[in-house]
Design a protein around this ligand. Structure first.
Ligand code: R5P
Length: 298
C-alpha cells in the first residue's frame, strides 16, 4: 500500500485522512554543522512512496530535504516516488528576468527529477509554465475554489476582487467569477525585489469593499501598496486572500499598517502567524494525487 512521508505533520495528517493512506516512519533532522539528515525507517521496496514537503522557508534546506528523501526512497527500492509540493519555492524565477540571472525554478525541477520523483502535485504555481519544466506528470491544484467556497457564506454586496498585478489576473479572475464579483487589476512595477511600486488601479474602488487576491505573501509589500492606493481612491475596506503564506519578517505588520482588515491563506506552508485565517487545501490536493497513484494498491 502507498505510504506518505514528510515532516509537515498537520498537513500530512490531513492528507493521510483524506487519502485513507498510512504515514510512514521517517526521521528528519540536521547534523551539528547544519547538514540536513533524513532517513526512511521502514521497508518501501516495491511500493509507492508519497513525499510531502513545501519549499518554503528555510527554502534551500527544504528543497534538499525533499530531494534527499526521494533519493533515499529510490535507493531503498521504491517502485514509484510521488511528491506533494504545496508551495514551490523559486517559482518567481521562472524566466530570464535579467541577463546574468539563473532560471532557478527550472533548475529546481531538474533536481527533483534527478532525485527520482516521477510525478508531483503542487498548488497555485506563480507561473503555470513551470509545469513544462518537468518531463513527468504534474497536477497543479488551484486554491481559488476553496477561497470561493469560504466567501460564498458571506454577503458580498458592494465587493470587488482586485488582482495586485497583471500576472495574477487569471487566478483572481477565477476567484471573482466563482463568487460572482467584478474584477479589477493594479499595475505594479518593482523598484527592487523588496520594493513594489503600484502605479495605477484599473478599477473603480470608490465605496467598494476590496478583496485582494494573490498567490504569495512574502514581504507583504505588494498587498500593502495596493491596499494603500485603494484607500486613497475611496475604498471602504480592504481584505486579502492569498494561497501561500510565506510571511518574511515584518510582512504581517506591513499588511496591518496598510489597513488590510482580514487575511485568508491556505495551509500550504502551515503559517504560525497570529490573526490570519487558514483554510486547508488537503482535500483538493488528495483528489489531484489520486490521479497519479497506480491502479494497483502497491
Ligand atoms: C508577484 O508577482 C507575486 O504574485 C506576489 O504578488 C508577490 O510575490 C508578493 O510578494 P511580496 O509580498 O513580497 O510583495
Amino acid at each position: 500500500m502507498p505510504k506518505l512521508f514528510g515532516a509537515n505533520r498537520p498537513l500530512l495528517d490531513k492528507l493521510s485522512h483524506s487519502l485513507g493512506l498510512p504515514i510512514g516512519n521517517a526521521e528528519f533532522g540536521s547534523f551539528p554543522d547544519g547538514e540536513r539528515m533524513v532517513r526512511i525507517l521502514e521497508e518501501v521496496h516495491g511500493t509507492t512512496v508519497i513525499l510531502l514537503q513545501s519549499a518554503g522557508p528555510a527554502i534551500d534546506s527544504n528543497i534538499l530535504e525533499l530531494a534527499f528523501l526521494a533519493d533515499a526512497a529510490r535507493r531503498a527500492g521504491a517502485k514509484k516516488i510521488l511528491a506533494i509540493i504545496p508551495y514551490f519555492g523559486y517559482a518567481r524565477s521562472e524566466r530570464l528576468a535579467a541577463s546574468g540571472s539563473p532560471i532557478a525554478a527550472r533548475f529546481i525541477a531538474e533536481i527533483f527529477a534527478l532525485a527520482g520523483i516521477s510525478g508531483l502535485v503542487t498548488l497555485d504555481l506563480h507561473a503555470s509554465a513551470i509545469v513544462g519544466f518537468f518531463n513527468l506528470p504534474v497536477e497543479e491544484v488551484s486554491a481559488m475554489p476553496v477561497f470561493a467556497e469560504f466567501y460564498s457564506k458571506a454577503s458580498l454586496a458592494d465587493y470587488l476582487v482586485l488582482s495586485p498585478d497583471a500576472g495574477g489576473i487569471r487566478r483572481a479572475g477565477q476567484f471573482a467569477s466563482k463568487v460572482g464579483l467584478p474584477l479589477g487589476v493594479a499595475i505594479k512595477h518593482r523598484l527592487t525585489p523588496t520594493t513594489p511600486r503600484i502605479i495605477e488601479l484599473c478599477a473603480t474602488v470608490e465605496n467598494r469593499r476590496v478583496i485582494l487576491c494573490d498567490d504569495i505573501i512574502s514581504t507583504g509589500g505588494t498587498l500593502a501598496e495596493v491596499a494603500k492606493l485603494a484607500y486613497q481612491h475611496g475604498a471602504k475596506s480592504v481584505e486579502a486572500v492569498a494561497t501561500h503564506a510565506v510571511f518574511a519578517p515584518g510582512a504581517l505588520e506591513r499588511i496591518k499598517e496598510a489597513g488590510i482588515q482580514r487575511i485568508t491563506v491556505t495551509d500550504s506552508l502551515e503559517p504560525q502567524t497570529p490573526g490570519i485565517e487558514i483554510i486547508s487545501i488537503a482535500e483538493a490536493i488528495a483528489l489531484a494525487l489520486k490521479k497519479l497513484l497506480p491502479e494497483t494498491n502497491d
